[in-house]
Design a protein around this ligand. Structure first.
Ligand SMILES: Cc1cc2nc3c(=O)[nH]c(=O)nc-3n(C[C@H](O)[C@H](O)[C@H](O)COP(=O)(O)O)c2cc1C
Length: 185
């Protein structure tokens, strides 16, 4: 394991002002010098179509993301909650990624986080994502969990984290995730 962990973070939202992307940016700022966090979005990934896959293979944009995941020491996924589950775009991305050879998520340490305007902070969608990660043979950290509820009160208009308690908790979570990645599987 390298001294400095190479972590890929995926935001399940494509909005420029996404709370979930803002959450990952805040985590990147808070992470200590032993962890670099490379934030990726899912913009441009087409809807999965088995006929397209047969005709032209897995799209390059998916292969590029899959190879980043494969090369990473760990992955953080920030999921929004749409209608009590994960956004279709995020599920679509994990479906495509699972079609890349040798399961890029296989045995990969993964941390799940999320932010929503509602009070539950994506708790429901995070448990749907957890189930999906079982199917991908990923190793999702169980605890602690990050449910950023009432996200509009936690982030400033420019997307910066404006809530000290959330920042302290994110630091604790990042330390736990660092240990999860380094424990060796
Ligand atoms: C189609 C749709 C469904 C949503 N359903 C939920 C929901 O079930 N639970 C929830 O807490 N928020 C829900 N929301 C509100 C989102 O939490 C809010 O839009 C949030 O800002 C999305 O994440 P983002 O800021 O990272 O884009 C929904 C939003 C959309 C667009």
């Amino acid at each position: 394991m390298p001294d400095k962990l190479n972590i890929v973070a995926i935001s399940g939202s494509m909005r420029a002002k996404s709370f979930n992307t803002s959450l990952l940016r805040a985590m990147r700022d808070i992470a200590n010098a032993n962890m670099s966090i490379d934030i990726q979005t899912l913009k441009g990934i087409p809807v999965y179509d088995g006929d397209d896959e047969d005709a032209t293979g897995v799209p390059q944009i998916v292969i590029d993301l899959a190879e980043k995941i494969r090369a990473a020491d760990g992955v953080i996924i920030a999921t929004p909650e749409y209608n009590f589950t994960i956004p279709g775009g995020l599920k679509n991305a994990t479906d495509w990624i699972s079609r890349v050879k040798n399961q890029p998520f296989g045995n990969k340490p993964v941390g799940i986080v999320g932010a929503a305007a509602g009070p539950l902070g994506t708790a429901r969608s995070q448990y749907q994502l957890r189930q999906n990660l079982v199917g991908l043979s990923a190793l999702a950290m169980n605890k602690p969990e990050v449910f950023v509820g009432s996200a509009h009160t936690k982030f400033a208009d420019d997307g910066s984290l404006a809530d000290e308690e959330t920042g302290k908790f994110l630091k604790l979570w990042l330390d736990a995730f660092d240990a999860w990645v380094r424990r060796g599987f």
